[in-house]
Write a protein that binds this ligand. Structure first.
Ligand code: SF4
Length: 308
């Protein structure tokens, strides 16, 4: 099993010994930290279904985009609760008992050793629920190939096709090359989403769906991402084109990131996706996005999950 010593679990390759309490870019030691867990209704319908996706939000993140929508937990400002392997297992069993359609590991890359142990244990116990890898796309392809031996569903972001933008936002111009290589590994291992039911009546059980979040003032980056994905994977690649970016405290005074995308910007992005011919495309209304803008300082971070 991969360990947390000399950590190279993501492209940062910090090489720190997390078992000794050291922290790399992601901020995590070897002590598993969970920021939030519960049935979640904010994913695409093919994951949310009727009973919700069993979302497990980990603390920390190796990307460190300065506009991170989950900034409270990705920066460890809200550190979450520590769990050992048995506690993690009990949390997963509780979610399964609540009827969720999948176990949804959100920002999982820095925590792969714990997740691997959990998934192997659940499968050995006969659990058949799909495991969903809900990630930033900033991953090492050779690890993706290994993860695909246990994970059923991949839901990676594809944030930047522009290396300069990646450098400016997260401090690593290599994001596009890692994202495309790891996405190739995901598609090679699992194919596209199966079944692809945009109503959610029949939730997906395996395969890949890619997400892209439109950034304000950066439609050209979005178009480059769309063209890259189309050239590489074709028009049947399942794709979710998201409009839900909202400014956070760290984006104040950093235009254009200090505002939401405009309707015209999103329309231009959607037009580009349609012109390229993407068939399995989720688009998002601009108006109703704040229900799933989380506040991890609360026990129930998402207004949109209330009463479900
Ligand atoms: S998982 Fe964290 S410590 Fe490990 S290489 Fe990535 S950022 Fe560094």
């Amino acid at each position: 099993m991969l360990a947390y010593g000399d950590c190279h679990l993501c492209p940062r390759g910090c090489g720190v010994d997390r078992t000794a309490g050291r922290r790399g870019t992601c901020g995590g030691t070897a002590e598993l930290r969970i920021a939030s867990a519960g049935p979640h209704f904010g994913e695409e319908p093919c994951f949310t279904g009727t009973r919700g996706s069993g979302a497990i939000f980990f603390s920390g993140c190796s990307c460190h985009c300065f506009f991170c929508q989950n900034w409270q937990i990705s920066t460890f400002r809200t550190p979450g609760r520590a769990l050992d392997a048995d506690g993690f297992h009990a949390l997963a069993l509780d979610l399964i008992a609540r009827g969720v359609h999948n176990l949804n590991f959100v920002t999982p890359d820095p925590w792969w050793p714990h997740i691997e142990v959990l998934c192997r244990r659940l499968r050995a116990e006969g659990e058949t629920i799909p495991f969903l890898w809900n990630s930033s796309g900033y991953a090492r392809p050779e690890l993706v190939a290994r993860q695909a031996g246990l994970v059923d569903l991949f839901l990676p972001d594809f944030k930047f096709a522009d290396p300069d933008l990646a450098r400016a936002v997260m401090g690593d111009a290599r994001y596009p090359e890692y994202a495309i290589a790891s996405l190739r590994a995901m598609v090679a291992a699992k194919g596209f989403l199966d079944p692809f039911d945009p109503t959610g009546a029949e939730p997906a059980r395996s395969g890949v769906l890619v997400r892209h979040l439109l950034l304000p003032g950066h439609v050209e980056n979005t178009k480059r991402v769309l063209r890259l994905l189309h050239d590489e994977f074709g028009r049947y690649l399942p794709l979710s084109l998201m409009s839900q970016y909202l400014p956070i405290p760290a984006t104040a005074g950093r235009p254009p990131f200090d505002r939401a995308p405009t309707a015209d910007e999103y329309r231009e992005a959607v037009d580009c996706a349609l012109e390229l011919g993407f068939e399995n495309l989720f688009i998002q209304p601009l108006s109703d996005t704040s229900d799933f803008m989380p506040d991890f300082d609360r026990d129930a971070p998402f207004d949109g999950n209330r009463g479900r």
